[in-house]
Every structure is written in structure tokens, then in C-alpha cells.
Design a protein around this ligand. Structure first.
Ligand SMILES: NC(=O)c1ccc[n+]([C@@H]2O[C@H](COP(=O)([O-])OP(=O)(O)OC[C@H]3O[C@@H](n4cnc5c(N)ncnc54)[C@H](O)[C@@H]3O)[C@@H](O)[C@H]2O)c1
Length: 291
């Protein structure tokens, strides 16, 4: 039986993960930490804990006692327009959460990293047409730069916070022998239904245009975002697997995997997540779009 501490538990991914964990027979308890934690869940296994992770000794820290695993989802402005101040706050939170996990003897930490750590591979000279070329072995290239149709975007600050979280988790698991870690480079899980037709070149689900871009750059950018779609079902299975997978056979006590669906021809490598976690995604954006 596993007791799971989730940060950012009131957010889109937090709620989807809680729903999945409550359907298992192995999750005994969920501590749902957030500034605004979910309080509408009637299941007695969920304990909401309100407060900001920016307070390192807030009530959330003591609430981690007895938890076997941590899923760290919280971030300040977890969107591509995050400022450097947002990124710094997210890094502060991540380091506090890791510190608390070490203090409480947590055995497994799962960090919600992002595709934006590899955003530089969207464009030349790093881009490749090879399916699966984005493996965990190649160097990070933080920050995606693209035109939304309205403005230029650059996610470097957001991506830098995610890369820092990845590296800090590697360092932590080297220091704490009883801990294993997984950096999940999540593709794109939109809020709610998360239908592929609303994936668009804004890089953010708040943009309301699903129009096909007319120029080559726009079409390339749309492919980049479509190829990283992660369905609700695959997201839930991936994170459930990340909480349960044994670490035997991993190259290090902290691994990095991609979290995307089985989108036809995607550049995101899925072999790592399958080999290390047993993740077998079911969904394909292109099949869902009838393409
Ligand atoms: N949704 C995606 O497609 C996607 C893709 C890549 C990475 N991620 C990462 O996954 C994580 C979750 O994403 P999401 O889509 O659920 O975001 P979300 O904005 O829906 O949820 C984030 C949650 O973090 C909480 N939070 C923010 N600051 C906090 C603080 N100081 N203390 C405590 N809680 C705080 C918010 O209240 C919110 O509920 C984020 O770290 C995001 O960067 C998401």
C-alpha cells in the first residue's frame, strides 16, 4: 500500500491523478497539497492541505510524514509565459519539496518536468525527422521559441526551472540512497477533456484557435505540439506506473522519461518509459483526428 503526497493537487493534472489513484487498490492515502487544495472529494483517503510551498516550513511539510511517494506538480505560473521571477519561485518550491522528502524518508519522488526542456529541438539545427529521436540520453535544449499567430513566445524561463528540478532530483537521489526519482517530461495535457482538436500553436490551451496554420513555420510548430499530446488516460497510466515501477535495471536511481501518447511518428522517444516503467500508451492524436 502506498501513501502519496501530491503538490499542486488542486490543478488540472493533480485532480486527474487523484481520480486515477482513488481507482487503484494500492493507494492507501493521498495528501493533496496546494494553495487551493481539492476539498470537494468525499473519499476519506484524501487529506487536503492548504498553503503555499513558498513557505518551506508551512503545514505541508509536516503533512508529508509517513508518505511513501511524492508527486511534485506545483509550479508558479506553469505556463510558457512564466517570467524569471516565476521560475525562481518554482525552483524554490522544488528544492523545499525535495528537502522535505529527504527529511521524511520518502522512497520515490516523481517530478513534473516538461517538453520545454527540449524545446530547442523543434528547430534547426537540432531538429530531426527521425521518430523517437528525443531520447533521455541527448542533451537538454531548454526553451521553445515560436510564433503563436499573434506574438513571439519564448519559454526559456519556464524550461530552466524544469531543468533545474530535474538536475536537483538526480543530485538528491545520489545523496539519499533510499530514494529513487523520475523526471517526467510531460508533453501536453490540456485541462478538462483534453481533445486533440484543441491542440494549437499557442502552446497554451487558453488560446481558442484550432485553425491550421498556413505557412511552413506554423505547420512545423503545430506538428511539434501535436506530437507531444498526452491523453488523459495515458497521463494517468504513466503517473500510476511512475509511482509503482521497481527501480531494478534503471541506469541510475533517478531516471528521465518522456510523457507523451503514442502519436504516430512522434519525435518523442517512448522506449525509455516503456523499459523503465512499463508505460504502454494507448492513444494516438492522429487517429483521434482522423488523419
Ligand atoms: N498540463 C501540461 O500539459 C503540462 C505539461 C508539461 C509540464 N506540466 C507541469 O505539470 C505541473 C502541473 O500542471 P497543471 O497543468 O496541472 O497546472 P495547474 O496550473 O492546473 O496546477 C498547478 C497547481 O499548482 C498550485 N500552486 C502554484 N503555486 C503554488 C504554491 N506556491 N504552493 C502550492 N501550490 C501551488 C496551483 O494552485 C495549481 O493548483 C506543472 O508543474 C506544469 O509545469 C504540465
Amino acid at each position: 500500500m502506498t501513501a502519496v503526497f501530491i503538490t499542486g493537487a488542486g490543478g488540472g493534472l493533480g485532480r486527474k491523478l487523484i481520480a486515477r489513484l482513488l481507482a487503484t487498490d494500492w493507494c492507501s492515502r493521498i495528501v493533496a497539497a496546494d494553495i487551493t487544495p481539492p476539498t470537494d472529494l468525499s473519499d476519506g483517503r484524501v487529506t487536503p492541505v492548504a498553503g503555499s510551498l513558498l513557505h518551506p516550513d508551512g503545514p505541508w511539510r509536516a503533512a508529508m510524514a509517513g508518505c511513501d511517494a511524492v508527486v511534485h506538480l506545483a509550479a508558479q505560473n506553469p505556463h510558457t509565459d512564466a517570467s524569471w521571477a516565476d521560475a525562481a519561485a518554482s525552483i524554490d518550491m522544488t528544492l523545499s519539496v525535495y528537502d522535505a522528502a529527504a527529511e521524511h524518508g520518502v522512497g520515490r519522488v516523481v517530478f513534473a518536468s516538461s517538453n520545454h526542456v527540449m524545446g530547442g529541438y523543434k528547430d534547426a539545427p537540432l531538429a530531426s525527422p527521425e521518430p523517437g529521436f528525443l531520447t533521455h540520453e541527448i542533451d537538454p535544449a531548454p526553451g521553445t521559441r515560436w510564433h503563436t499567430g499573434r506574438e513571439m513566445m519564448d519559454s526559456t524561463a519556464y524550461a530552466a526551472a524544469k531543468l533545474t528540478g530535474e538536475r536537483a532530483l538526480v543530485a538528491l537521489t545520489r545523496r539519499v540512497p533510499a530514494m529513487t526519482g523520475i523526471n517526467v517530461r510531460i508533453g501536453w495535457v490540456q485541462p478538462g477533456d483534453n481533445h486533440p482538436r484543441t491542440i494549437n500553436i499557442s502552446g497554451d490551451a487558453v488560446f481558442d484557435s484550432a485553425d491550421e496554420p498556413q505557412d511552413a513555420d506554423g505547420r512545423r510548430d503545430l506538428s511539434w505540439y501535436r506530437n507531444m499530446w498526452l491523453s488523459n488516460r495515458d497521463f494517468a497510466e504513466l503517473f500510476a506506473a511512475a509511482l509503482q515501477a521497481p527501480a531494478e535495471g534503471w541506469p541510475e536511481r533517478c531516471i528521465t522519461v518522456n510523457g507523451v501518447s503514442r502519436n504516430r511518428g512522434t519525435g518523442w522517444d517512448l522506449a525509455g518509459a516503456e523499459r523503465f516503467l512499463g508505460y504502454r500508451p494507448q492513444d494516438d492524436l492522429y487517429a483521434a483526428l482522423g488523419l
